[in-house]
Ligand binder design. Structure first.
Ligand SMILES: *Cc1c(COP(=O)(O)O)cnc(C)c1O
Length: 398
């Protein structure tokens, strides 16, 4: 079958929840993807921030292949070596106490919400606790995760949402304070909002949040699903601030391609859940946790954080130069290898044109293009990206 025939077949059989680009991806190698017709793409999206190590990493692939031959699944009624090993590595890297492995980001958020409510329930025995979330945040599409994702277009057709959630303005401490009451059990936020358009939490805002949480015994949940795992130049984005979250959610780059997420508990919350409080058939199975374990090893042996800081700095510098050149660019925002360019108009044309020119980028909100490259990119990859990007801007954004 040719490309068009596969696309037609997909359109016939998939539930139409995505406006997919009309290419069929076949193969990945390093920072490049290849489609069914053999065309090559420079990938500055890495499957929405997932493939941090790039495609086809031999050591990673070998670890997965070996695990396939050993044991793929066991259920959580038993211990497995990969799950135990991955749990220890993840907790150490995040400076947290305990972890529950999930199959996706949304499920990690679900678990985080349950853990926060259980902590509060253990304190007062009343099941009426509230969570403060941020406007323009993104926490996932399942009902619990959607209940803290304050985008009306995502929520409305699927109402009623699970209750007990209210929304504050990001980076506006007063708007958070107004919502705090005796029922508040947690504040959930991304230290760098991803889908919302690459917005960083101000230092003062985070300092204020920390104070509120300490004074009122409110839990801080940091959603690190996109900004975690080294993307901002530290292992987790909250490490840029002087604070420790009580609950952390991770996914995307955690397994670098296999479906795995996690929620982590800190000092306060580590013993809040008891046997029977939560579960998952697949969660943290040997195959995905073997991947997680290898990811942590490779992050260390490749000194990924250093590469993010050095090449991420170069990426920001180059994007700043581009922003100065074109009047349609309002702002460059971001940190490390999580960068965005906000334009004065929608960017869907730019994204499509870049794809035609062999560059994969994605949007974050209507007017912002987002750059989430594999964390192994070099300065030369940045130069290649900028060359195509500027060519596309010149032909459709001026
Ligand atoms: C992608 C994302 C999620 C949802 O993860 P899924 O694996 O798609 O369920 C949640 N929070 C943030 C910050 C994300 O970027």
């Amino acid at each position: 079958m040719n490309t068009q025939e596969y696309i037609d077949l997909g359109d016939e059989y998939f539930i139409s929840t995505y406006n997919r680009h009309k290419i069929v991806l076949d193969k990945g190698e390093g920072v490049y993807l290849y489609d069914h017709s053999g065309k090559k793409y420079l990938d500055f999206a890495s499957g929405i921030g997932v493939f941090a190590l790039g495609y086809g990493n031999q050591e990673y692939n070998d670890a997965l292949k070996a695990q396939i031959d050993n044991l793929i699944h066991a259920s959580n009624y038993y211990y497995t070596v990969p799950a135990v090993t991955a749990a220890q590595k993840l907790c150490k890297a995040a400076e947290m106490k305990r972890v529950f492995f999930t199959n996706s980001g949304a499920e990690a958020v679900e678990g985080a919400i349950k853990l926060a409510r259980k902590y509060a329930f253990n304190k007062d025995g009343i099941a009426d606790h509230e969570i403060i979330a941020m406007k323009h945040a993104f926490h996932g599409r399942t009902l619990g995760a959607l209940s803290v994702t304050g985008t009306p277009k995502y929520q409305t057709p699927f109402n009623p949402m699970p209750g007990g959630v209210c929304f504050a303005e990001y980076n506006n401490l007063d708007s958070v304070k107004e919502l705090v009451n005796d029922k508040t059990c947690a504040i959930i936020l991304e230290c760098v909002q991803g889908e919302g358009g690459i917005h960083l939490a101000d230092r003062d805002f985070m300092e204020g949040i920390k104070k509120i949480c300490m004074e009122k015994d409110i839990l801080l949940i940091c959603d690190e699903i996109q900004c975690g795992m080294g993307r901002t130049g530290k292992m987790f984005a909250y490490m840029h601030y002087d604070l420790k979250p009580d609950i952390v959610t991770v996914a995307k780059a955690l397994g670098c391609g296999v479906p795995v997420g996690a929620f982590l508990a800190g000092e306060k919350t580590q013993d809040s859940m008891k046997a029977g409080d939560h579960g998952s058939t697949y969660g943290g199975n040997p195959l995905v946790t073997a991947a997680v374990s290898k990811v942590f090893d490779l992050f260390e042996s490749y000194d990924i954080l250093n590469n993010v800081n050095v090449v991420g700095g170069y990426l920001a510098e180059k994007l700043d130069e581009t922003a100065v050149k074109y009047g349609s660019i309002l702002e460059r925002r971001g940190i490390g290898m999580m960068q965005g360019l906000e334009f004065d108009r929608p960017v869907d044309k730019l994204v499509s044109m870049a794809l035609k020119e062999g560059l994969i980028i994605i949007s974050a909100g209507p007017n912002t293009v987002r750059f989430l490259p594999p964390l192994i990119i070099t300065n030369e990859d940045v130069d290649s990206m900028i060359f195509i990007l500027e060519k596309c801007i010149e032909s459709c954004m001026v």
